[in-house]
Ligand binder design. Structure first.
Ligand code: MF3
Ligand code: CO
Length: 253
């Protein structure tokens, strides 16, 4: 499938989806505290998404059983919410959520520290978030897709962290996953030329140790092979004639 260019109408719908998703994350951030279960987070997230008139896009996607992916500590992504998995002080918790607004998707992830966390964990979270912003400095019409990948890679490697290679970002629109795939690590080719109207989900997944990941027996939860912590940060962006627009931030973060 080729990379699609969204129409003005499609972009309006994706902007609305993005605003609602940004707001969902803001509300979930306030909700996270020690003692709640990962399923409590999922239920709260689903309630917020539906309150805004959206559909949680992850629910039943390829059989995924929840609305919010909740991935704790060495879980990288796609953690399945569970009623007896309780959040503890010192945990780092990645929340990945997707919404559909009038047929159009937005996808975003955040990683939070719960209460007091180690300086190492805080640094990993900060670098992962910043790597997204370093990458999208290159998300401009006329540049090539892998300029984004290479910028994320160059930034993250300065800190000696692992960049997950088994999972990548993606185009997004009327489907959650569209072309192109967006790796977070250095590429030898330059990738497609970026054009205004492309909408992309850029999502670095970074580990405190080695980059290798494994899948648990639930066939969803991705964990670091060496048990190191992992962080995830993602937004849906729009390529324009100038700076990229980040659709899934409220602007108040
Ligand atoms: N942000 C993730 C992704 O882009 C969300 C997919 S989770 C799933 O792949 F449950 F929907 F698969
Ligand atoms: Co995504």
């Amino acid at each position: 499938m080729a990379v699609t260019i969204k129409s003005a109408r499609e972009i309006e719908l994706m902007k609305e989806a993005g605003k609602i998703l940004a707001q969902t994350h803001e509300e979930l951030k306030e909700f996270i505290r020690p003692g709640i279960s990962t399923l409590d987070i999922d239920k709260k997230g689903e309630e917020i998404i539906r309150r805004y008139g959206c559909i949680p896009s992850f629910l039943n996607y390829n059989g995924y059983p929840a609305s919010i992916c909740v991935s704790v500590n060495d879980e990288v992504v796609h953690g399945i919410p569970h009623p007896r998995h309780f959040i503890e002080e010192g945990d780092i918790v990645s929340l990945d959520a997707g919404v559909i607004y009038q047929g159009y998707h937005s996808d975003a992830a955040r990683t939070y520290g719960v209460g007091e966390i180690s300086p190492e964990a805080a640094k990993l979270i900060e670098v992962t978030k910043q790597s997204f912003f370093e990458g999208i400095k290159f998300a401009k019409a006329g540049n090539h897709l892998y300029d984004i990948s290479n910028a994320i890679d160059a930034y993250v490697r300065r800190f000696g962290y692992g960049i997950v290679e088994d999972l990548v970002g993606h185009g997004i629109g009327s489907h959650l996953h569209e072309d192109p795939e967006i790796p977070n690590f250095r590429q030898k080719r330059r990738g497609v030329r970026l054009q205004p109207g492309m909408t992309l989900a850029v999502e670095p997944m970074i580990t405190g140790g080695r980059p290798d990941v494994v899948w648990l027996d639930d066939d969803w939860t991705v964990v670091t092979d060496d048990g190191s912590l992992a962080a995830h940060y993602e937004n849906t962006i729009l390529i324009t004639d100038g700076e990229p627009e980040i659709l899934s931030l409220t602007g108040l973060e």
